[in-house]
Design a protein around this ligand. Structure first.
Ligand code: SAH
Ligand code: SF4
Length: 465
């Protein structure tokens, strides 16, 4: 979601006449779009600001903007905490970025906009801004912002605000534009993407309805969505995924813990059994669906026995992958307050030990899942030449697995955005390897569009480097 916001900010600034610099040393303005989900992300933001403060000593004209969740939470304290910062833009004020930048360049000091809660989705307010996208093939499309769940460990509702669904017309218009530009895949984004529409019950238009409407758009080969919340993943959504062939059977469905007591203290709203009821419902309709999750270890008070229930749950779920994290206390959140009072604190050593044990089980499991593809053909959406080996190509399967593959022999022309069949020779825990067996069909978009998008992506990749 932050990447998608960065793409939007690049679009906003491009309209102001900014171009991307090759690196911060050549820039007039640097923008740090920050994340605050764990202490590590926040520390990283301040470490970048530290580097840029040093740079500013040699280049006093350089302007530094802090955006994203750290900006939202820190507000004007960001100016004293990191003295080089000129502009602070909260998550609710993305649309104000151009005006704030103009004021800073006009000489105003300490320019800031950090509202508590916007009333309209950013992506709806800035419909006329073309995001500068990182990929020429796949595009992020934010459909719902914020979160109303208030899990006790999580800072998102405080930093991203209340849940706001973007109007369907705005989403469908963006998706049509993307298809016309030659994009082949869209991923619908939201902290709880399957809550889409629940803040506007009078419309009775939810994610399943949106998927049906998006599926009717010609040119889009693949539609994905993430992240799903187990309480919102209803049968209508599963049925939509099953009925619509271009909606990919891939669910990112965080569980967080396998223990009911921990889940209750996290305020997740479900038990392990209820989570599995949803998982089983997916597998009953879509036996081939890929499913991944998120887990936190070392939540305050988590006992060894409770952690072992997470291991048991992971083993039973047969996940295709999972993001795992050691619990990181966040000020403001209920669990952060327990931790600050010393209640149930788990030592870093225990957290790291549990994290490593959990990761070992998940890695073994995703390897076992991937090995089922050995000797089979899978359909792959081609992304481009592999970064590690220019002779190889890379793409993804329906289940979002990365596939590195040799191009067709004799060497056929492959282009990003094509769907090809790949014979899988070898599986690894986080990728598959094979060779292309079908000559790729003609791309649906005009080659000029691909070239233009590919050039833009290459320029962006250089800028990021
Ligand atoms: N909305 C999604 C998750 C969004 S946050 C959901 O409901 O699951 C992404 C992930 O970051 C979470 O799934 C969680 O595993 C992790 N996370 C959030 N807060 C955390 C914290 N304080 N410490 C460690 N991990 C955290
Ligand atoms: Fe955070 Fe997700 Fe819980 Fe919302 S549902 S509070 S984003 S973990």
């Amino acid at each position: 979601m932050n990447r998608n916001d960065s793409e939007l900010m690049l679009g906003l600034l491009a309209r102001e006449g900014f171009r991307q610099a090759a690196n911060p040393r050549e820039a007039d303005l640097v923008v740090l779009n920050s994340c605050q989900i764990r202490a590590q992300a926040e520390d990283k933001a301040y470490s970048y600001l530290g580097h840029w403060n040093t740079l500013k000593k040699h280049r006093p004209d350089l302007k530094i903007a802090l955006t994203g969740c750290v900006a939202q939470q820190t507000g004007e304290n960001a100016f004293s905490r990191s003295p080089g910062v000129d502009i602070v833009v909260g998550t609710q004020n993305l649309h104000d970025l151009p005006a704030l930048v103009r004021r800073a360049f006009a000489g105003e000091e300490r320019v800031m906009a950090v509202d508590r809660q916007k009333s309209r989705s950013s992506y709806d307010m800035m419909e006329d801004v073309a995001p500068v996208r990182q990929s020429a093939v796949s595009a992020w499309v934010t459909i719902i912002e914020g979160c109303d769940y208030f899990c006790t460990y999580c800072v998102v509702p405080y930093t991203r605000g209340r849940q706001i669904s973007r109007p369907r017309e705005s989403i469908l218009a963006e998706a049509r534009d993307l298809a016309a530009l030659g994009y082949r895949e869209i991923t619908l984004l939201g902290q709880t993407v399957d809550s889409y529409g629940r803040d506007r019950p009078q419309e009775a238009y939810y994610l399943a309805h949106l998927l049906h409407d998006l599926h009717a758009i010609e040119g889009l080969a693949r539609i994905r969505f993430m992240t799903s919340h187990p309480l919102d993943l209803d049968d209508a959504l599963i049925a939509a995924v099953a009925d619509l062939p271009r909606v990919m059977a891939y669910f990112h469905l965080p569980m967080q813990s396998g223990d009911d007591d921990v889940l209750a203290r996290m305020k997740r709203g479900y038990t392990a059994a209820q989570y599995f009821e949803r998982l089983d419902a997916i597998r009953a309709r879509l036996p081939h669906a890929a499913i991944s999750g998120d887990f936190i270890v070392g939540f305050p008070g988590e006992t060894e026995a409770q952690f072992e229930r997470t291991i048991e749950a992971v083993t039973r779920a047969r996940f295709d992958g999972a993001n795992t994290a050691a619990y990181s206390p966040r000020a403001q959140t209920p669990a952060g307050i327990w931790e600050s009072r010393g209640e149930g604190v788990i030592s870093d050593a225990v957290k790291q030990d549990r994290l490593q044990r959990l990761n070992t089980v998940i890695t073994a499991q995703s390897l076992a899942n991937n090995q089922q593809f050995e000797g089979q053909q899978v359909e792959v959406l081609v992304e481009g030449p592999s970064k590690r080996n220019a002779q190889r190509w890379t793409g993804r399967t329906e289940g979002n697995k990365v596939v590195n593959f040799d191009p067709p022999q004799p060497l056929g022309a492959l282009s990003p955005g094509q769907l090809v069949n790949v014979f899988i020779e070898k599986a690894f825990p986080f990728s598959l390897m094979g060779y292309c067996v079908t000559p790729p069909p003609a791309p649906s978009a005009s080659p000029e569009i691909f070239t233009e998008n590919t050039q833009r992506t290459a320029a962006l990749a250089d800028a990021v480097r």
